[in-house]
Design a protein around this ligand. Sequence first.
Ligand SMILES: Nc1nc2c([nH]c(=O)n2[C@H]2C[C@H](O)[C@@H](COP(=O)(O)OP(=O)(O)OP(=O)(O)O)O2)c(=O)[nH]1
Length: 378
Amino acid sequence: MPIEPNNQEINQIIDKKVVIVNVAVAVIHHKEQYLLGFRNATQHQGNRYEFVGGKIDANESAEQALVREVAEETGIAIDNDIIVKLGRLHHDYGDKQVVLQVYKIELAAQQYEQHKHCEYGLEGQALTWVDKSKLLAGEYPLPAANKTILEWLRLPMQITITYPLAHFSECADSAAAWLQYHQDNLAIESLVYIRTKEADAERSGSLAAQLMHGRPDVQVIVPYDADSQVVDVDKSTPIKDENISHQIVANHLTHTALMQWLESVSDTSVSEHCLSDDFPLIISCHDIASIEAANKLASARIQQQLLPVIGIFISPVLATHTHPDTVPLGWEAWSALAQLADMPVIGLGGLSPTMIDQALAHGGISVAGIRQFFNSEK
Ligand SMILES: Nc1nc2c([nH]c(=O)n2[C@H]2C[C@H](O)[C@@H](COP(=O)(O)OP(=O)(O)OP(=O)(O)O)O2)c(=O)[nH]1
């Protein structure tokens, strides 16, 4: 006869099923130097590196927990530094479920000088400063949930968007003029969202490929649906050339394609339809509904262990030449929307690279645009 579990055991079973630990995680850095702790063998996910952080207590906010944990573990007072939300993610370790609320904090030079030689934290744990390139290359084993955080950290502080092909329509050969302009004027090693707004996906893909061949130093985001009026969200820009595919860091999903995706999936099938398998996603959002849809897609992709949603554009922040009839959000409304996103937020619309500080102060991590982001127009 099977033995009935007692109350205590039942509680443990229930706990195991429902208890999700909320954790505040601090990605502390100074320029390209990032601070890692080391989890000792007896801890959950032990013998791995970690970002500084810990459980959020019942009556504190994630940011309060962040400030407290960083002070308790390292002695670093981050009260006056800008705390930028990177994202939120849920991870099921099997023996424990966690929700990580992840923030990025850049230390001032003086704070870094003060702490850069600390080899141990205040709780006796090992601390180490590591190069961003080595961290992103996976040289420091971290808990599995941190894979997504590392992908988020790949986003630079500025993203250049190409002009649409139609911008060169007065030229005898608009495609050649488009190509020449972008080859000549993209900043060295920049991240470029190649948006031609060309309805023909083949032609758009061919232009993107030519630009990538001509500028092997840049990294690119290419449309997932070729940015056309295509209703089929499974259609992607056809770039199959392996010599250049390493330059692609993400596929871009338009607001329209995102909402079509949402309409096409029921709650039960979200996990089976997570779009592009090949690359991480960057999504355009304009309102609460689309941010909630992006969160849903991002969460499903993490669950399916697909490459994550690494960022969303929220636009338009300010008035822009490209959308003269659209009422801009303004920084305050933009900031309120940014808070809802479970992934890093990129400002777009009427911005220049110098507005990065405003974006950071309002909860973003990056700024994007066309006109003011090219060498020729700075
Ligand atoms: N601090 C930190 N925790 C992480 C990271 N990535 C990750 O999955 N976690 C997980 C591991 C733990 O399950 C949880 C952090 O909780 P914690 O550090 O307060 O808990 P713990 O298990 O170390 O301590 P305790 O329960 O023994 O008090 O979040 C990370 O980068 N930093």
